[in-house]
Design a protein around this ligand. Sequence first.
Ligand code: GLP
Length: 241
Amino acid sequence: MRIKTIDNYNELSEQAADIVAIEVQTKKNTVLGLPTGSTPLGMYACLVKMYKKNEIDFKNVITFNLDEYIGLPPDHPQSYNYYMHSNFFDHVNVKKSNIHIPHCKDQDPILICREYEQNIKRAGGIDLQILGIGTNGHIGFNEPDEYLYTETHLVELTEETIEANSRFFKSRDEVPLQAVTMGVGSIMGAAKIILLASGESKAEAVKEMLSGKVTTRVPASFLQLHRDVTVLVDIEAASLL
Ligand code: GLP
């Protein structure tokens, strides 16, 4: 695991975008695993800027999003589908047919999860997975628990995550209680992983992730078992290291 402490959020975003750009420039049909949340917003903004300056071409890039809430229509402003389109896809040239975001409207979630996992395999696996981290150490929506799931699955969100994510909704009651997420195995299957953490609220989770112990109580700690992980943290998120 490489840990890079970076002075501020803007630089962290630029460095994350540079890693993505190198990957895409090296392999035109790169398969990217993409996160949502407030942390990667700066990285998406940098990638859009690079695209507008013709520095990066997403024409053959394939994307798989980490997770999505259950119960929000795709055009709901807090759905991850909406987030991805408004912050990234609408401004670059990723082909619609190459975008994958798990979505369960009326379909059986088990079938959707199985199909999602098969699509990742069919695409040849994820080349570069980008992650954020929850204040409770979750990655995607793999919540701390007695056990973790390997593959894409349905999940009940924890109180802590509902509370943390309620800042995006009008009220706490509007936060969905369930989501679909790639499993820890789907994430660990990526050839390369970068994890971004910014701000003091992530300091404890970052410390636990890197503590040397691997535990299902801190899903991000499993990344210690992966052979190519870069953790980009700003000074606040690194404050307990
Ligand atoms: C959500 C997402 C995660 C994300 C986390 C942190 O719960 N499911 O993928 O990493 O929030 O988000 P933020 O960057 O807003 O702190």
